[in-house]
Design a protein. Structure first.
Length: 217
C-alpha cells in the first residue's frame, strides 16, 4: 500500500523555492507539519510553520515571500504582520498554502535536520515535542494533544518532554499544566487523521497523565 501523502505539491513547491534562498540558513520548518511529515506520519497538517532564532530575519521577509509567490505562479496575501511574526497565505488556483513565520528562542534540545528533497532545514522531534508542551499549556487545540499522544507512542513520553520544556519555555507551572490537560474533556472533534485514535482514548490518556504527574492539583 502506498504511503499517505502529507506534504502537497503546492506546499513542496513553496518549500523547494524557499530551500534555494538565503532564508533557509535562518528559518526552519517546525510544528505539526514537520512532525507529521518527517517523524510520526500520524495526521494531515495544512500549515507550514517556520521559526528563526535570528531577530533580524524579518526585515525583508515580506519582499522575499512576494518574490517566492511569483516563482511558484501564486498570489500571496499577508493577513498578520508584526515585528517578529508574519502570516502569509499563498493561493494558486483552488489550492492554498498557509505559512507562519515566527521568532523562536535560540535554545535547542537537538540539532536541526535537512530535507534533501526541498533543501530546507526542519526541527528535531525533541524540540517540537517541547514546543507542543508549551502549546498545550497556552491554548486548547486538539492537534497539540494528538501530537503529544503519538509522540508518547513513538517513545517520547509526556513526562520527559515536560521536564525538558522549561529549557526552552519559561513559566510553565504544574497547576496550570494540570488545568490545561483537563481541557481535553471539552474537545469533541478530531482533525484529519492517518493513524487511528478516538477522542475517548485521548481523554483517558491525558487525564491519567494529569492524575499521575500532578496529583492533588
Amino acid at each position: 500500500m502506498a504511503e499517505k501523502r502529507i506534504i502537497t505539491d503546492f506546499q513542496m513547491d513553496v518549500m523547494a523555492r524557499f530551500g534555494e534562498s538565503e532564508y533557509r540558513e535562518t528559518f526552519y520548518l517546525t510544528g505539526g507539519t514537520a512532525l507529521a511529515e518527517f517523524y510520526l506520519r500520524h495526521r494531515y497538517s495544512d500549515d507550514l510553520d517556520f521559526f528563526t532564532p535570528v531577530e533580524t530575519s524579518f526585515e525583508r521577509l515580506a519582499d522575499f515571500l512576494e518574490n517566492l509567490a511569483r516563482m511558484v505562479d501564486a498570489e500571496v496575501e499577508f493577513v498578520r504582520k508584526f515585528e517578529q511574526y508574519l502570516r502569509a497565505i499563498f493561493t494558486r488556483g483552488h489550492d492554498i498554502v498557509i505559512t507562519d513565520w515566527g521568532y523562536e528562542t535560540p535554545v535547542r534540545l537537538d540539532e536541526l535536520r535537512e530535507d534533501p528533497r526541498s533543501g530546507i532545514f526542519y526541527d528535531s522531534v525533541l524540540d517540537i515535542g517541547a514546543n507542543k508542551i508549551s502549546a498545550v499549556y497556552g491554548r486548547t487545540s486538539i492537534k497539540d494533544f494528538i501530537d503529544l499522544y503519538f509522540l508518547e507512542k513513538a517513545g517520547y513520553p509526556f513526562d520527559m518532554l515536560y521536564q525538558r520544556a522549561p529549557e526552552k519555555h519559561i513559566g510553565i507551572d504544574d497547576y496550570w499544566m494540570a488545568f490545561a490537560l483537563s481541557q481535553i474533556e471539552g474537545i469533541t472533534e478530531l482533525p484529519r487523521m492517518i493513524k487511528p485514535v478516538t477522542i475517548e482514548e485521548l481523554r483517558e490518556h491525558f487525564i491519567a497523565i494529569a492524575d499521575r504527574i500532578f496529583p492533588g492539583t
